[in-house]
Design a binder for this molecule. Structure first.
Ligand SMILES: Nc1ncnc2c1ncn2[C@@H]1O[C@H](COP(=O)(O)OP(=O)(O)O)[C@@H](O)[C@H]1O
Ligand SMILES: [Mg+2]
Length: 309
């Protein structure tokens, strides 16, 4: 196996005696996108700031491209997009990007990046006059223009409009196609689902789940069968017809939900039982669909609360 691009083992960090990162471990394979997913305050930014060498760990080890986060040899090899972009307020947007590109041995084309991120029309605008979303996209461009091997993007699309969000996602996908490793923090499930090869779900500084999106959403109660029918069907009686361990409920009236035995997937037998049972009760099972869980369901199950900030 190749060495991980980022290797965090047992990371601990406290503020004022409170652990905000609590024995957190994660590995990122080279050339993949990892999403560190969790609600606000989960410890995502603190974790990446330790990885970037901005904060020292209290316990645990961090290796970035095989080096200590504070090793100066890392600087040209990693790109950092901070959560709230800092910059040189008087410089023009385009100048800033060209300047940073000039420090790099093999930079990306700054003008191409401006165009991809919809910043061409503000290339001659001073940083401080850019809108928040434009500053954020410039911050992303600055993080990647040096063609780093590993980029850290902290909530890269928070507050962006849908068009800018898609441009950002496409850039991350292009970087991956180019072999760049990306560590992305986000509280947005659709962002993690779309971009991440692997997701590490954090809550209160701890890893509560990790895996591919597919692994996470197919673990546990995979399938739910939903259908619409006559309101007031006797779901308790339906349950007696189903294999042991299934769950069924009506909510709201006329909308039914059936879960597989003991959280297992909806299998052909469950499906056949439901439709046959409806038929014997002279009811039509309409809009019948089998859905896998979303990351949101997974998060709710793991933490008992939603992911909204
Ligand atoms: N410099 C700091 N001093 C004190 N508390 C902090 C500091 N930075 C972050 N925290 C606290 O640590 C917790 C984790 O914060 P953070 O890592 O920013 O989480 P996230 O990025 O997941 O929202 C929060 O409760 C936050 O208030
Ligand atoms: Mg944060």
């Amino acid at each position: 196996m190749t060495a991980p691009a980022l290797d965090v083992v047992g990371l601990v960090k406290s503020y004022g005696g409170r652990r905000v990162v609590d024995e957190l471990s994660l590995q990122v394979r080279p050339g993949t996108v990892l999403a560190l997913l969790g609600p606000n305050g989960a410890g995502k930014t603190t974790t990446v700031e330790v990885c970037q060498g901005f904060r020292s760990p209290e316990a645990g080890t961090v290796r970035v491209l095989g080096l200590s986060p504070r090793d100066p040899a890392l600087r040209p090899r990693i790109g950092v997009m901070p959560q709230a972009g800092g910059a040189y307020p008087g410089l023009r947007c385009g100048e800033m990007l060209h300047l940073v590109a000039a420090y790099a041995a093999h930079p990306l084309d700054p003008d191409d990046l401006l165009e991809r991120l919809g910043l061409q029309e503000v290339a001659r605008t001073a940083y401080r006059r850019l809108s928040g979303g434009q500053q954020q996209r410039l911050s992303l461009a600055l993080a990647v223009v040096g063609r780093p091997e590993l980029v850290f993007l902290d909530e890269p699309t928070a507050g962006l409009d849908p068009q800018a969000r898609h441009a950002t996602w496409e850039l991350v996908e292009a970087l991956r196609a180019d072999g760049v490793t990306t560590v992305l923090t986000t509280h947005l499930l659709d962002e993690a689902e779309r971009l991440a090869d692997n997701v590490v779900v954090v809550d209160h500084g701890r890893v509560v789940a990790a895996g591919t999106v597919q692994e996470l959403t197919s673990r546990g109660s995979t399938g739910q069968l939903r259908f619409a029918s006559t309101p007031g069907l006797d779901v308790d009686q339906l349950l007696t017809a189903l294999p042991p361990g299934c769950a069924a409920k009506e909510s709201p009236a006329g909308q039914y939900l059936v879960e597989g035995p003991h959280g297992a997937a909806i299998d052909p037998q469950v499906l056949a039982t439901v439709t046959a049972w409806c038929a014997t009760h002279d009811a039509m099972a309409a809009d019948l669909r089998i859905e896998s869980r979303s990351l949101e369901d997974v998060f709710l199950e793991l933490t008992g609360r939603g992911l909204r900030p």
